[in-house]
Write a protein that binds this ligand. Structure first.
Ligand code: SF4
Length: 373
């Protein structure tokens, strides 16, 4: 048994393909990038362009192997033609399609999907049964609101003025399109996100991927490093909230907090603010029950005490210079620190403190020249 699918991150989020496979149903991805990922037994690395990490030579090898093609060029036209031939038969013979939704329109009960390839339109019109799965965050109030969204999404996602294919449907119609239509509206922790005053802005996301393109961390590490369906800045705030925090505790730290994501986000989600909020939650969880004995809090209290008094600050500097001596190498660097401090030297060396501070040098100079400070 088979179903054909339109690209849907929602179904990736709930691992629908695996569940279908367990039930003996093969899900066939019809979006070109998703097809490459599926045939290559890979994971998506970008919300909008899931196969961004594959070049055309790699795509050719995957197609040749999995489609049983002897000769295949590696031009975009050759690869698109191979995918088209492979999928055409599926469109015409598989009776059930699964789709996500870009928007659910509350006013009309309509479902809207925007896409670039036309595979979506085929899935929405040819099969006998259409099943749409969408998160509750996809609901917009009025049909008129689409005017804004249909412009905002393509401009931020691919730089197009509009998507080539915009499909809106409201149910079944005799003699036209599927005979059965089901909508599954999915929560999957979204109501909990909605209940969190600071985190709820995450649900405004329209999945344009602009924050991923702008993020210096994502650009260096790639999408797979996030270990989640949603990569990049949006993944760093969405995944920990949709899954329980302990499954994705490190993600809120996968950011330099430079704010590039906030700047480009078309719906103005303050991602750095949510990241800090989630870091706070992670720390709260990790230190729960420790109370005043929490080592980080103790260290901060000691530091605050030192910084409050000049005499204490100077004494701490002197103590630091003496205490570090056995650890400093000939080049003037510290390569290893004991205990909790060792985290710092795990990935970098620490420069030894100078023999005297600027203030000490300044005071000495004043004394030498007989000045009064
Ligand atoms: S967080 Fe903003 S920029 Fe990132 S995918 Fe969502 S809407 Fe686009």
């Amino acid at each position: 048994k088979e179903v054909i699918k339109i690209k849907t991150m929602t179904s990736e989020e709930i691992h629908l393909n695996n569940a279908l496979e367990t039930a003996g149903i093969m899900a066939v991805e019809t979006d070109l990038a998703e097809l490459i990922i599926q045939l290559g037994e890979d994971q998506p690395s970008h919300i909008v362009v899931p196969a961004l990490h594959k070049n055309r030579h790699q795509v050719r090898e995957i197609f040749k192997q999995k489609m049983g093609l002897k000769d295949l060029g590696d031009t975009p036209a050759d690869l698109a033609e191979a995918a088209r031939s492979y999928l055409r038969h599926k469109f015409l013979t598989v009776p059930t399609a699964v789709s996500g939704a870009n928007y659910l329109i509350a006013e009309t009960g309509g479902v809207c999907i925007v896409e670039s390839e036309g595979n979506g339109r085929m899935c929405l019109t040819l099969p006998e049964t259409l099943i749409t799965i969408a998160g509750i965050d996809k609901v917009i109030p009025r049909f008129q609101d689409l005017e804004v969204f249909l412009q905002t999404l393509p401009r931020s996602a691919t730089g197009e003025r509009m998507n080539p294919y915009n499909s809106i449907w409201t149910g079944v119609h005799a003699g036209d399109g599927p005979k059965n239509f089901h909508v599954v509206i999915m929560d999957n922790a979204r109501t909990e996100v909605l209940a969190d005053e600071e985190g709820r802005q995450t649900l405004h996301c329209i999945r344009c991927g602009a924050c991923q393109n702008a993020c210096p961390v994502y650009r260096q590490t790639g999408g797979h490093a996030y270990g989640s369906v949603y990569a990049g800045p949006i993944g760093a705030i969405l995944t920990p909230q949709l899954q329980e925090l302990h499954h994705a505790e490190s993600l809120p730290y996968a950011s330099s907090l430079c704010g590039a994501c906030y700047e480009v986000c078309p719906v103005k989600i303050n991602i750095p603010e949510v990241l800090i909020h989630l870091r706070h939650k992670v720390v709260e969880k990790q230190t729960k029950g420790l109370g005043k004995l929490n080592p980080e809090a103790v260290a901060m209290r000691v530091m605050a005490n030192i910084f409050r008094s000049e005499a204490r600050f100077r004494a701490a500097q002197k103590f630091g210079r003496t205490a570090e001596k056995p650890l400093v190498n000939r080049e003037g660097w510290i390569g290893w620190l004991p205990g909790m401090l060792g985290g710092w030297t795990q990935a970098r060396d620490l420069q030894a403190m100078p023999d005297e501070t600027f203030r000490e040098w300044w005071e000495k100079r004043d004394k030498k020249e007989g000045r009064n400070g």
